[in-house]
Design a protein around this ligand. Structure first.
Ligand SMILES: Nc1ncnc2c1ncn2[C@@H]1O[C@H](COP(=O)(O)OP(=O)(O)OP(=O)(O)O)[C@@H](O)[C@H]1O
Length: 519
């Protein structure tokens, strides 16, 4: 019997009183998932919509066209959908808003509010959600081990790194033992080792002989399909365009990939031409030889455990650094020393643009005037009700999410030009929250660049974006030549061209490595 069955199903999204609901997919859908099947739903943003259809998030025009037949024989039948990114607030946080991202500096605050700052094991076991799920220490220990969370169980959720937090969310959803588990972009923001671990765990529960969970994952066209996936559905705006066994669809997938890469070349050419037209990005500069950032023997420890050890690092104008390292290796910690979000930023061992960061010699706002910044944490807390234009304009004021009252003509033109370069100018009056996640991130990238910063810090700036938007973002950063750029990104395709790298390594007690990017 199928777990879920769609028969000529049409789904709509209500738009509010007096407005006609919109169709999610143009064509009616026929699709079913049988118990123990292992599906990958492949496509762009429509794969996410399709997973939402499966989880029951949209209305079907005929109630019987979407059925969960197995639920009739199984009183414990549950469907769980895990998405790491949504376009509402707290998209990166837990579905129910317990835990999740706060402002980066909140991570380092001494004061913890026990109502909000829950520890990892209680989060996984849903202890704070008035749920009736029993507390099972053995299961907790097992999941922590499988997902490399051992040792982190008693930490506050807000102190986890992005990748650790995402793994904790996977553990949370597995703890609930759903009958049908739907995960969109399961490997988003994970380093290669962590991705393999998550894949292994999903394989294990999907192939469990006694009590298998039926697992369906959402993947992008260019993603590698895990070996344990058996069936594939390719979706686009019309609905399911192909479905069948993995080997059956191999050549179709290959064809899609080729079209996709061809399309990319076209987008790249178009956006590069637009940037050239604007002209400002490509002004040739002669670089200052004085360091922009200099750290001399900087160390950071959490509860006695070193994350950064005796770091000596010099960043000069014109350099683009890829800040590398596994999840939890100290990359965000390093960048938060520069943005003054970390308590140990106030140190004479750190010099930025010729000024030491000694307490009393600099303040947060002056120091951040020349820094442009975007990160998953910023995206999670950024106000959704600003227009796209207003959202970018907040980049003119340090640490503010309130648009400036007065903008000069030059500032207005700058915003419009940037929007034109990435082909978003038509959306300038749309609410930030109504954009796709990918467009939101592109807008935050423009916001980070708008005030001509001399230090541009991009923490996973191009992750969770459509490939077209990744290309636009990369074109912008590749041609940006104002000062220095520090970039975190786990997936090579999402990292603009860099000429230097630094590898952070908490596992080796904070011992780091520095080098030149050769390719
Ligand atoms: N305030 C804190 N208290 C205790 N531990 C912390 C705190 N902030 C960060 N950590 C720990 O320091 C380590 C480094 O975290 P950081 O966020 O710098 O890693 P990262 O390299 O950016 O990881 P990711 O790729 O997952 O984003 C992690 O193990 C994290 O749990």
């Amino acid at each position: 019997m199928s777990l879920i069955k769609l028969s000529k199903a049409i789904f709509t999204k209500p738009l509010g009183y007096g407005r006609k609901p919109v169709r999610i997919f143009k064509n009616p859908i026929d699709f079913s998932i049988l118990r123990k099947e292992k599906w990958a739903i492949v496509g762009d943003s429509y794969k996410t919509k399709f997973l939402r259809v499966l989880s029951g998030s949209y209305l079907s025009t005929s109630p019987l066209s979407r059925a969960y037949p197995d639920s009739l024989n199984n009183s414990n039948f549950t469907v769980e959908l895990l998405k790491f990114v949504t376009n509402g607030n707290w998209g990166y946080g837990a579905q129910n808003q317990s835990g999740g991202f706060t402002h980066l500096s909140g991570r380092y605050e001494f004061f913890k509010d026990l109502e909000i700052d829950i520890n990892v094991k209680d989060f996984i076991a849903s202890k704070h959600e008035n749920s009736n799920i029993p507390y099972d220490p053995v299961k907790l220990e097992y999941l922590a081990e499988c997902l490399d969370l051992t040792g982190l169980e008693d930490k506050f959720l807000t102190t986890l790194s992005n990748g650790q937090f995402r793994r904790a969310r996977v553990a949370k959803v597995l703890y609930r033992d759903p009958t049908l588990l739907l995960i969109d972009d399961p490997f988003l923001g994970l380093d290669p080792v962590a991705s393999q671990r998550v894949s292994n765990v999903l394989k294990k529960i999907a192939c469990d002989v006694k009590n298998p969970t039926t697992v369906t994952i959402g993947l992008r066209i260019q993603d590698v399909i895990p070996d344990w996936i058996e069936k594939i559905a390719i979706v686009d705006s019309t609905g399911v365009v192909h479905q069948g066994g993995k080997s059956e669809l191999r050549s179709e997938l290959q064809r899609l990939k080729e079209t996709f890469y061809r399309h990319h070349e076209e987008v790249k050419k178009r956006v590069s031409e637009q940037i050239q037209l604007d002209g400002r990005q490509i002004l040739k500069k002669t670089w200052e030889q004085d360091p922009m950032i200099k750290m001399e023997s900087v160390s950071v420890k959490y509860k006695g455990v070193p994350v950064i050890k005796d770091l000596c690092w010099t960043v000069r104008e014109g350099e683009k650094w890829h800040v590398r390292g596994r999840n939890g290796s100290g990359k965000t910690t390093l960048l938060s020393l520069i943005t003054l979000d970390h308590p140990q930023s106030w140190s004479r061992k750190i010099m930025v643009e010729g000024h030491t960061r000694e307490a009393g010699s600099v303040n947060y706002f002056d120091a951040n005037k020349s820094i442009g910044f975007t990160s998953p944490e910023l995206h999670a807390i950024f106000p959704r009700d600003l227009s796209v234009f207003q959202a970018i304009s907040t980049g003119y004021i340090v640490g503010s999410y309130i648009p400036p009252k007065h903008l000069s003509n030059l500032q207005i033109d700058n915003i419009l030009n940037y929007l034109t370069m990435v082909e978003l100018v038509d959306k300038k009056d749309i609410k930030f929250g109504d954009l796709s996640v990918s467009n939101q991130k592109l807008v935050l990238l423009l916001r980070s660049m708008i005030n001509d910063p001399s230090i541009l810090i991009l923490d996973e700036a191009l992750s969770a974006m459509t490939d077209e938007d990744v290309i636009k973002g990369k074109c912008l950063v590749d041609q940006w030549n104002k000062g220095c750029c520090l970039i975190i990104g786990h997936v090579d395709e999402e990292v603009p061209h860099c000429n230097k790298y630094i590898v952070m390594n908490q596992a080796r007690n904070g011992i780091y490595e520095i080098g030149n990017v050769t390719k």
